[in-house]
Structure formats: C-alpha cells, structure tokens
Design a protein around this ligand. Structure first.
Ligand SMILES: [Ca+2]
Ligand SMILES: [Ca+2]
Length: 259
C-alpha cells in the first residue's frame, strides 16, 4: 500500500526520472518475494489527475540484495519501502527486520527505475494541484488512462480528474484528499487499511506516519512490537493485579480512617 508521498518544488534529477528531493513510501501488508515486487509497476499522475505520468519498477537484483542482507527469502508484513530522489542520501539496503530494521531505501535510477517499456513516459514529480501515487499489477500500464491493474493508490485533488475519480470509486473516497497542497508537504495516511489522509509538513520517510498508522504497521510486524497484541491471559492477569492493588489501597485508606 502507498503510505506517504512528499511534495517539494525541486527539479528532476538528471537521468533518474524523479524529482531529486521527493520520496514515496510503500507498506508491505503480507509476506512478498522479490520477484513478486519486481513484477509490479508504480508511479504518479499529472497535476490534473487525469492521466498517468511516471511509471517505475523495482530492480529485482537490488531487492534480492536487501533480502540477502536481512537473511530472509521474502519481505515481511510491516516493511516500509522508500523510493527517493538522488539528493535524499545514498541508497540503503540495510534491511534487517529481525533486528528492528524495518525499512530500506531505493534511489530513483538505481534500485527503482523508469520502466523500460515507455508506453507512459513521464517523470515522477508530485504536483501542487493534484496527484495520485499508485501501485499496479499491470506491467506496465498499456496507456496513460490504464488503471486496470491498480492494487492501491492514494492522492490529492480538489477537482479530481479521471484517475483520481477512478481511485476514489475503486478504493474509497478516503483515498483521495480533496485539496491542493503547497511544496514542503507530505500526503500521509494516518489511518490503516481505511485511509485517513492528511496534508502535513512533517516528513516521516521510512517511518510509520503516527496515530493509527503506527499502531497498524506495528501490528503487522507482530506481537513483539504491538502492545495491543498482549495475549488475553496476560491482560487478565494485569487487570487482576490492578484490582488487587486498588483494593489494598482502599483497605489501607479505611484502616487509616479508623486509626
Ligand atoms: Ca505528478
Ligand atoms: Ca512515513
């Protein structure tokens, strides 16, 4: 799922097809192999959200390297993948969820790159007036209006074009924030699988977006990371201990009054 995207006023890095200081962020919701991820495409829309604009893919050799580094054969639920412009630091494949390293960062033009079939051939450039960031099983979209393979998308537009309208119909109206944005802002999901999109100056590249989004992603990562996943017997025990303490306090207070 698309979790966040950053809008700056920057220009496209030479040869990278993406604005040099923008980023987009995906959350993996179920165990996914490198070859599965490499078969997907992702990208953005034009400012009018009426057409697809940039089409990217993940580089499988790079994904394989991240898995090798993690000593895993598939990406785990709760993993955050960042795709970023060339000015946002070196590519980071230090993926290690078994030791708390739940994100990795691909640089546009390196581990994430423009799709070789340039049927849709724009730059990944987040717009002030509107945009849709999408991920698709269609490889690649056949034309700039082809949303048939969309797995997920979020966007913003106060006057949605055809792509944003389709996304709202397919995934829910909460997937499109009815607003324009300024530069220096992210569109971030502060919800879970039911989006709660906000326009925010906060940048949380590679991290959950706070609120329910953090609770949800930590839940995907498993019980060790999720206080809400404490097994029922332990919760019951904690409640009982709490009640016992309360009763002791009351008794002590009563005793105090009598003394
Ligand atoms: Ca765009
Ligand atoms: Ca984030």
């Amino acid at each position: 799922m698309v979790n966040e995207y950053r809008n700056t006023g920057g220009t496209v890095g030479p040869g990278t097809k993406m604005v040099r200081d923008e980023y987009i962020e995906f959350v993996i919701t179920e165990s996914t192999t490198a070859s599965s991820l490499a078969s997907l495409t992702f990208g953005d829309a034009n400012d009018a959200t009426s057409m697809l604009q940039g089409v990217f893919r993940f580089d499988q050799a790079t994904l394989d390297q991240a898995l090798t580094n993690a000593n895993l054969t598939a990406f785990l639920p709760g993993t955050i993948i960042v795709v970023k412009g060339v000015n946002l630091g070196a590519q980071s494949l230090a993926y290690d969820p078994l030791n708390g390293g739940w994100s990795f960062e691909l640089v546009a033009g390196q581990g994430a790159r423009d799709h070789s079939e340039t049927l849709v051939n724009g730059n990944l450039n987040i717009g002030n007036n509107g945009d849709v960031v999408w991920i698709s099983s269609s490889n690649p979209p056949a034309r700039n209006s082809d949303t048939s393979g969309f797995i997920h998308a979020i966007g913003h537009d106060n006057a949605p074009g055809a792509i944003a309208t389709t996304v709202a119909a397919a995934f829910g109206s909460e997937n499109i924030l009815a607003s324009t944005i300024t530069t220096g802002r992210s569109i971030a999901n502060e919800g879970n699988t039911t989006e709660s999109l906000v326009s925010t100056t906060a940048a949380t590249m590679g991290q959950p977006n706070g609120g329910l989004n953090t609770t949800w992603i930590e839940g995907l990562r498993g019980p060790a990371n999720d206080l809400n996943a404490v097994p029922e017997p332990s919760r019951t025990l904690m409640t009982l201990i709490g009640m016992t303490v309360l009763q002791s306090l009351r008794q002590r207070r009563k005793g105090g009054l009598h003394a």
